[in-house]
Design a protein around this ligand. Structure first.
Ligand code: CA
Length: 236
């Protein structure tokens, strides 16, 4: 079948990645592999898979970082993620789910269990609207799929960094995000910026949002947060 679901496996243990790929292929999926966080992220952007199997302990970028970035990028925000965790500790579960994973599987796992989880997550994601396609905070509405931002239904033009900042803040649902966190998520690594850079972008963002910009609250010495939005539009 030409419409087989693409599944990207981001896993540094090559034998495991290979084994999973083989079994996915047998089950009728189209598997793709990446063996570190950075190339996995790049591959996800290239092929926009239907689902990602994401190991947490990865070289280059951890699985958590990969998940966070996938969620911020409009092109990949809706892709369901199943985390592969080495330890069944609660911390892993919490961290994995907070980072935007849809499910997790603890290693060592049986391939039967993995395939069943994949089926469930794919079915759920098909039933739902694209995840986080629409985010809202008060009069501000953003569409992560089309990159459109409106305030009281009036379109506002933002730069990509401003857009990502706003998406991070709204997704944070009232939690305080540090400048460092915002830099990492909205600007990305490898770009030399100072915390002051974030302040500049936030100032510009506030101005463009007009009165609604007042919702972005400065938390002295820490970072920023946005007032709890009434609804995020996330399907449950
Ligand atoms: Ca690993």
């Amino acid at each position: 079948m030409s419409d087989s679901k693409r599944i990207l496996i981001i896993e540094d243990e090559r034998d495991l990645a290979e084994l999973v790929a083989l079994n996915l292929e047998r089950a009728g999926y189209e598997p793709h592999q990446a063996h570190d966080g950075r190339s996995g992220l790049a591959r996800a952007g290239e092929i926009v898979p239907d689902l990602i199997l994401l190991d947490i302990m990865l070289p280059e970028l951890t699985g958590i970082e990969v998940a966070q970035r996938l969620r911020v990028d409009p092109a990949t925000a809706g892709i369901p993620i199943i985390m592969l965790t080495a330890k069944a500790t609660e911390a892993d579960e919490v961290v994995g789910l907070t980072a935007g994973a849809d499910d997790y599987v603890t290693k060592p796992f049986s391939l039967g269990v993995l395939l069943a989880r994949i089926e469930t997550v794919l079915r759920r994601s098909q039933a739902a609207e694209p995840r986080s396609a629409e985010l809202r905070a008060g009069p501000v509405e953003i569409r992560t799929d089309t990159h459109r931002v409106t305030v009281d239904n009036e379109e506002v033009k933002l730069t990509l960094t401003e857009f990502r900042l706003l998406a991070c803040l709204i997704e944070g649902r009232g939690t305080v995000l540090s400048r460092k966190e915002l830099m990492r998520r909205a600007i990305g690594p490898g770009v030399r910026v100072t915390p002051r850079t974030i302040d500049v972008h936030v100032t510009a963002l506030r101005r463009k949002l007009g009165e609604a910009g007042g919702m972005i609250e400065t938390v002295r010495g820490v970072g920023y947060r946005i007032e709890q939005p009434a609804s995020t539009g996330t399907a449950t």
